[in-house]
Design a binder for this molecule. Sequence first.
Ligand code: ZN
Length: 152
Amino acid sequence: MFCRFCGSELPENANFCTKCGKIIDDAGLAQAPATLEDLIGDPAARAQEDPFKNEKDELGGDILKYGIMSLAFGCTGILSLLGLIFACIGKSKVGKYLAKFQETQGKSTVGKHLCTAGLWASIGMAIYFTLIFIIALISGLADGGSSNTVTW
Ligand SMILES: [Zn+2]
């Protein structure tokens, strides 16, 4: 028979799972919490509640990571292009997440908002620096091209 919780193969007369430690009854079904890990909720038990939890955690963590990087780089100005790229990667991961799980939750929701913020910060910074560049260029030309450096 197989452990209902972790899936490891067990001897037919096993009283508990040698891998995850859960008590097994005659029908091979694990019983109510028996170990301390059960009481505080170990990862295997929580994964049982939501079969996609680990996958959600992983993808959500990815989204969060890209969201943070997009915002961090997006605000720098010089590296805003990187922020834009990270925001796009994060957004595509959000799309993947939504296609799979319908709605974002926890980490993925936070990540989604960070990606949006990062996207706008990147675009805003790109526009800002482009304007500064254009103004610098124009005032440089107005100087008769004598000086290309502009002090603000
Ligand atoms: Zn087990």
